[in-house]
Design a protein around this ligand. Structure first.
Ligand code: 9WN
Length: 433
């Protein structure tokens, strides 16, 4: 399994960065890049560093790190750079074409992972010193521009920023939108069966939000005022909090960092308090989402509802409730952990992208968090489930959570094949003692 994972990462390497999956995703994606670097670090630290440096090189002058960096031309993906027109923003990268949105800010905790994995702590710390301020600048951008009410929680303005693109959570937002019918050719469904991808109507909404952002030249304050999609997402905020914590730990190893540590701690305290106040739902015993445009909570349980375990956000009581919820509703004898959407809901679809399938990056985060809290048994089950489905089906993008499907001969793995973060994170799990 290890050698296959390395082979995939080698094949997906493109002279400076890794594509998530050949043809389906032919560019560099922000959170993919971070997860992939963790895998690369196990066999080629130079490449792991280069992956992160390339990503950070595309940072905008205002601190935003874009969700896609279009390094090369490719006609196998839509929408490309020509649709996004991110150069409408005066501080967009002049060097690279990119989207005008971001993705979960994984880079901070990824640097800490590189430090953990590296055998040469002096060399890796030297590297971290050379890039860490860019990551800090990215967090500063998020708190200064994505938190209009100064709550300590940042918003996302597009479902693609969440990374969990077509989660049923966004349905109520799209129902309120009156998006036009765009004329475009889907490219994703040339590579993957349409039953596993978002619908055409969903794409109309995705494109419409971008059109609105373009109308305001990707200005954050105007987006906050006018975007139909404006959400405090538990996963995005969890990742930011986890990365804050990592930056604090790493800056402690770097001289003259007191001011930044102080600022990070301020962000962190405020964020964790508000997160628990606003996003923990006592009745559902899970973290939920907040729709800032409608000014109300979206009470849905997804794998992101458990993600705060990764950043030590829940109290002991909350983590106990969360794990009970996870085991009762998402595990049982019938499902592999962890479905991306509540399997007991009528909208659960075990094949369709973020509406049900298991994703390895979410499993990896849950595994790490549960271990830290001392929930060794559940953590081990997540690791075992992850390795079992990949072993049986291959390094796919997402997997069917229904165990009984695995007794049948046809494929239970969906989306892109030879998927980079699946390979990278499996490699990390396999290299653990
Ligand atoms: C849009 C690259 C990305 C992941 C996302 C995943 C999918 C893109 C798409 O692929 O999204 O960003 O075109 O469907 O949902 O999490 O980063 O792997």
């Amino acid at each position: 399994m290890k050698s296959k994972a390395i082979e995939i990462l080698n094949n997906n390497w493109r002279n400076g960065f890794t594509v998530p999956s050949e043809n389906l995703y032919p560019f560099q994606w922000k959170w993919d890049s971070g997860f992939t670097a963790i895998g690369l670090a196990h066999f080629n630290m130079g490449r792991a560093k280069k992956e992160i440096s390339t990503l950070l090189d595309a940072q905008w002058e205002n601190g935003l790190i874009p969700h896609i960096i279009f390094h090369t031309k490719s006609d196998t993906y839509f929408p490309g750079a020509d649709f996004h027109c991110s150069n409408l923003h005066p501080k967009a990268s002049k060097k690279y074409k990119s989207t005008g949105m971001s993705q979960p800010p994984v880079t901070g905790f990824v640097l800490q992972e590189l430090y953990r994995i590296s055998k040469d702590k002096t060399a890796i710390l030297q590297y971290i010193e050379s890039v860490i301020d860019k990551v800090y600048k990215n967090h500063n951008y998020l708190y200064e521009n994505r938190d209009p009410k100064n709550e300590g929680l940042v918003y996302i303005y597009h479902n693609w920023e969440s990374g969990t693109d077509n989660s049923p959570v966004w349905d109520t937002i799209f129902e309120r939108m009156d998006s036009p019918e765009f004329k475009f050719n889907r490219k994703d469904t040339l590579h993957v069966d349409a039953s596993q991808r978002p619908s055409h109507q969903e794409y109309n909404h995705y494109l419409q939000i971008i059109e609105i952002a373009k109308k305001y030249a990707y200005d954050d304050a105007k987006i906050a005022k006018h975007s139909p999609f404006l959400v405090q997402d538990p996963l995005f905020n969890t990742v930011l909090i986890k990365s804050n914590e990592s930056l604090i730990k790493l800056y402690k190893l770097i001289p003259n960092s007191e001011k930044k540590i102080k600022q990070l701690k301020n962000w962190q305290n405020k964020a964790i308090n508000r997160f628990n106040e606003k996003l923990y739902n006592q009745e559902l015993k899970a973290y939920i989402y907040y729709d800032l445009r409608a000014d109300k909570a979206i009470k849905e349980i997804t794998s992101s509802s458990f993600a705060p375990i990764f950043a030590k956000i829940p109290s002991k009581k909350q983590v106990e409730e969360l794990t009970q919820n996870l085991m009762q509703n998402f595990a049982s004898d019938d499902y592999y952990l962890c479905a991306s959407y509540n399997p007991k809901s009528s909208k659960f679809n075990p094949k369709k992208y973020w509406r049900g399938p298991v994703w390895v990056n979410l499993n990896w985060m849950l595994y790490k968090g549960l271990k830290e809290y001392g929930y060794q048994e559940i953590a081990s089950q997540i690791k075992k489930d992850t390795l079992e489905i990949v072993q049986q089906e291959g390094f796919y993008e997402y997997f069917d959570p229904r165990k009984k499907e695995y007794t049948k001969p046809r494929s239970k793995a969906y989306g892109g094949e030879n998927f980079s973060w699946t390979a990278a994170l499996v490699l990390d799990l396999l290299n653990e003692n």
